[in-house]
Ligand binder design. Sequence first.
Ligand code: AMP
Length: 375
Amino acid sequence: MKEIKLHDKVFVPYIGKERIAQAVKKVAREIETYAQDDQIVFVSILKGAFVFSSDLLKHYRKNASIEFYRLKSYEGTSSTGNVEIIVDIDAKLITGKKVVVIEDIIDTGNTLEKIISELKKKKPADLKIASLFLKPEVYNKEYEVDFVGMEIPNKFIVGYGLDYNELGRNIPEIYVLKQRKMVDVVLFGPPGAGKGTQAQILKDKLGLTYIATGDLFRHHIKNQTKLGKKAKEYIDKGNLVPDEITIGMIEEIVKDPNSHGFIFDGFPRTVKQAEVLDKLLKDKDLIIDALLFLDVPDERIIKRLVERGKTSGRSDDNEETIKHRLNQYHNFTEPVKDYYKKQNKFYKIDGVGDIDEINQRLLDVIKNLKLQVRD
Ligand code: AMP
């Protein structure tokens, strides 16, 4: 696949010339219909829309004039979304005219809002917006964009006038930021299998984001949050926290777009959670690559947890609750294995032995997944 590098990032082909040309023609035809017998004043928004504007005008078969408008948005200050006008248009060119703004892409709609409010001050007879691309997932304004070439998902694109830090505008097609192939794994096994210990080491070695639902719950309990109060009832008895509560908590975290991949510990613990996790990741073009099952027999688990209970301070590390947790594990959590077996993602690792040895076993499996885990 053709790849291009702009500054520090790699982009791959996404939307070809043909599809772009079709979208441009579609918008041109729609504007012709709208114009009827009136002469349109196009307002091209610099810099991004210069290529689209040029092609759009070549396909537009009625009389029209074109003006250029340039705004600059400032970010990084407390007042994000601040937009300043750099190149303005003389009001008399617009007043009483049918105006069509030409945008390359509309995402949140912040810039668009500013454009509309500024241009309306110049009293056009009518004001419409044409954009080659629209990101419906992030567009959050009420104004309905009048002419849209095509809708696209919330991806970072360049080419055909669009840039990444000023580069890429000259590429005749649309390229998209290449997703680094990350590794997302679930560390699985009965309570006390050593998931937490192993996950901590793997996280540091592989630069993954570590998510342990048990730790998250304990954090909420310690801080006496609403969620913590709800979860405590279940945890103290060795029961699973209901899926709605657990899933709600995970959703917030998986949203993090900057993660280099996740290592999940203690999640998913039910088949329902596994299904939801797949869906959440899919929405972000991600996928669980492996379920790493740390195999430790029950007798050993009970011994380990009773031992841990002496120092952990955990309210659920007493013998009776431990046995109940193990039951819960066998009844509700073990079926999660089959869910991943069906997807050919199940890996069983001997969880008995020296910590470093077990870690090496896990790393060997991850490396064999043949995924690049760092930049
Ligand atoms: P852990 O630290 O993983 O042993 O989790 C401690 C307790 O937190 C469990 O016994 C459950 O009560 C609760 N818990 C942790 N993760 C989940 C989950 N994914 N679903 C339901 N309950 C959970």
